[in-house]
Ligand binder design. Sequence first.
Ligand code: NDP
Length: 322
Amino acid sequence: MKAVTIKEHGGPEVMTYADVDMPNLAPMQVLIKVEAAGINYIDTYQRSGLYQIPLPATLGLEASGTVEDIGSQVTRFAKGDRVAYTNVLGAYAEYSAVEQDKVVSIPDGVSFAEGAAAMLQGCTAHYLSQSTYPIKSGDSCLIHAAAGGVGLLLIQMAKNAGAFVIGTVSTEEKAELALTAGADEVILYSQTDFETEVKRITEGKGVNVVYDSVGKTTFDKSIDCLQRFGYMVLYGNSSGPVTEFNPATLGPKGSLFLTRPTLFDYTADRESLEWRSGDVFNWIAQGKLKLRLEHFFPLADAQEAHRALEGRKTTGKIILTP
Ligand code: NDP
């Protein structure tokens, strides 16, 4: 079968599209014929070495497809089922072998591309808005990279929860997308000082929660956008990791909270995975959550897809099709 693998960490050029052995099927695994593999920013960290993974590796942490075969002890799924998974390496491939407990069924009315998009980015937006800081009606929030894969979903979930949403983006085109997704205000943070803008928009008060996936270039100012007892949710490093921080500063800035959450923890047990993915699938099927599926690349062009993502050229979801 074909797969995209890396033997060493580095730029997009270290990814190779080539023949590899079919995965061996363990007793509790299902073999999935991949129809859509999601690309996520974390794939670039695992490729570059910012996040270390055992090498050689087939990249990709999310896919949807059809169950082709089942291990001898599999009880949850049967051949032919439409399924999706996340948090398991090996999605950039024609086939994946995945523990049944990591796999969920895709309901009728949800496509394979939607199924893939719902898993990593959808479940992330779900846990950020429902659990890390459960957004209440009347809250205000700041969402960075608002036109990105997670960003567009998080805007919608925050609006559905009744929040006032401020987004940041780098271009006018992305601003339109964030507004269409429901953002009340959008700041072009590449052109204006977002802290000043947030203070202006909130009449000096600041927001209840900042969802910051950009990291290095936004972290310090994000903290200064919070009101008393506000939540600083640092969940990514698109511009590079935050390496220096003094927790004592949280006190005088208003007894703030700081967390660095991961999807892995928020979907660690079967109940959480089913709850989050189930909500996301239902919201898609009911039209309460719109996915932006614009960027489709053949599996062979994974390098190009990574360049587009890291070059800030994409909006919404990027899908690889085997
Ligand atoms: P996005 O589609 O959001 O792409 C990243 C976006 O970040 C870009 O489009 C760009 O938007 C913005 N950005 C700001 N500065 C930079 C920079 N220097 N280089 C590149 N991009 C930059 O990706 P995803 O939706 O896949 O992921 C978003 C973030 O969420 C990532 O940081 C990812 O690691 C994180 N994440 C964390 C999870 C967790 O559980 N902790 C789970 C899932 C994702 P703009 O041009 O508008 O600035």
